[in-house]
Write a new protein. Structure first.
Length: 459
């Protein structure tokens, strides 16, 4: 008999969570102005809003925190972090930041100016926000197949090299500070990018004299998919795959709250010393000194350990396997989602479920609210709310996909929780024809509005 799959860890401590009533949830979401971000965590039973900073740290990470060096400059913890980053990514130069969007802010303050063009594969919300805040332009060059949630491709997060070259050819290199390659591609459904596509992107960057930036929040998950799906990598270690991936990049930004399994932290990696020095002033202005950058010594120690744990095959197999497990449950119920299952989340295809809700009434947000009302499960909209308005016309942008992301925290929930999530979503799916109206915006910020937007329900 073949032995069944089992988690690569055992549980040492638990945290109590409370089920609420539908009546309570109806009142709470109304008080939150129908914005799932505005809910108190105590009002949520299973929280899939994000996998960022929500993972469970290991015994070794907690032990490392106790040895944190809190010196202002040149702390031992900084050098522990430097060693882990160098060993796993190959980058010799880095700046610590308190999280990924801070890394983007520091790097783009040095790189990006008004009118610039930054092509990439589905820039995520903070990346696009930092670009458009500087009156530059993010150009999406993701492969067309990513828009078809039923298409089964091993590397659905790839950049379309033909589209990318069209952008590079049309604009002088002085107007393109970098190409942004997101690994894995979050907006497209947590889909991976192949090594072949990474090499092709790098070759185009070199051909046109443009630098290549990796948005690397989930780089280890991307490496896992390369190992398990791409020819020639089955017998290559995750760490060696990571080093090969990063060997093609000039920079990396990292939200360490994902694949380094910490609650707070990030960094920027640099291929050359000149780029590193160009960003130091901004790191000091916005984050802190260059050897702590908004992080405490204990957090740098936890991050250094977390990078090593997050690149272990057994851990990744458990983590990505749980996401796949939820996908299989949805398959049983006939619920459409971005296939194949992504590395960190299931992205439910809201357009195919709530066919009666007009796009102007925020379809994926409506599905997210219905799931919360049904079972106290909190997801996040990846659709028109997140897409924001066009910076020039101020018209709402309506992306091809309206997705409800169910992001699975690392080492937090069991498969029983996955069964509960699937059942709650099935109940919404079964009554989908009765859901005919959504929500309108009452109040919003000009950029990255989805975090704080206030909505009103259409009667």
């Amino acid at each position: 008999m073949e032995l069944p799959f089992a988690e690569s860890y055992k549980i040492k401590m638990v945290e109590t969570i409370r089920k609420s009533t539908r009546e309570e949830r109806e009142q709470w979401i109304k008080e939150a102005h129908y914005n799932l971000f505005n809910l108190k965590s105590d009002y949520v039973f299973i929280d899939l809003l994000t996998d960022s900073g929500t993972g469970a740290m290991s015994d070794k990470q907690w032990s490392a925190m106790m040895e944190g060096d809190e010196s202002y400059a040149g702390a031992r913890s900084y050098y522990n972090m430097k060693e882990s980053i160098r060993d796993i990514t190959g980058f010799e130069f880095f700046l610590p930041t308190h999280q990924g969007r801070a890394a983007e802010n520091v790097l783009f303050s040095s790189l990006v100016k008004e009118g610039d063009i930054l092509p990439g594969n589905s820039h995520f919300d903070t990346t696009k926000g930092h670009i458009e805040f500087r009156k530059a332009h993010a150009v999406d060059c993701t492969i067309a197949e990513a828009k078809d949630t039923n298409a089964i491709l091993p590397f659905k997060g790839n950049i379309d090299l033909t589209l990318l070259e069209d952008v590079l050819r049309k604009h002088p290199k002085e107007k393109i500070p970098c190409i942004v390659l997101t690994i894995t591609n979050n907006t497209a459904g947590g889909q991976p990018v192949s090594m072949e596509n990474i090499k092709g992107t790098s070759a185009l960057a070199k051909k046109y004299g443009v630098k290549l930036l990796f948005d690397s929040a989930r780089f280890a998950e991307n490496a896992y998919f390369i190992k398990t799906r791409e020819e020639g990598y089955a017998n290559v270690s995750i760490t060696d795959i990571c080093r090969e991936m990063f060997s093609h990049a000039d920079f990396m930004t990292m939200s360490s709250k994902k694949d380094a399994i910490v609650n707070m932290g990030g960094f920027i990696g640099f291929r050359n010393e000149e780029d590193w020095k160009a960003c130091q002033m901004f790191n000091i202005m916005y984050e802190g000194y260059i050897t702590y950058g908004g992080m405490s010594g204990r957090d740098m120690n936890a991050l250094a350990q977390g990078l090593r744990e997050g690149t272990q095959f057994d851990y990744l197999e458990t983590r990505i396997g749980q996401v796949a497990y939820l996908g299989k449950k949805l398959d049983e119920y006939g619920i459409p989602y971005q296939k194949p299952a992504g590395g960190h989340a299931i992205f439910v295809d809201a357009k195919k479920i709530l066919t009666n809700v007009p796009k102007e009434q925020f379809v994926a947000q409506t599905l997210g609210i219905e799931l919360y009302l049904e079972g106290g499960v909190r997801g996040v909209e990846i659709g028109a709310l997140l897409a924001d308005r066009d910076p020039e016309t101020r018209e709402n942008r309506y992306p091809a996909l309206e997705l409800l992301r169910l992001a699975i925290p690392r080492r937090v929930y069991t498969n029983d929780h996955m069964d509960y999530i699937a059942a709650a979503l099935k109940n919404v799916f079964d009554r989908r024809e009765t859901i005919k109206t959504g929500y309108l915006i009452k109040k919003e910020l000009p950029i990255m509005r989805h975090f704080t937007v206030e909505l009103e329900k259409i009667k």
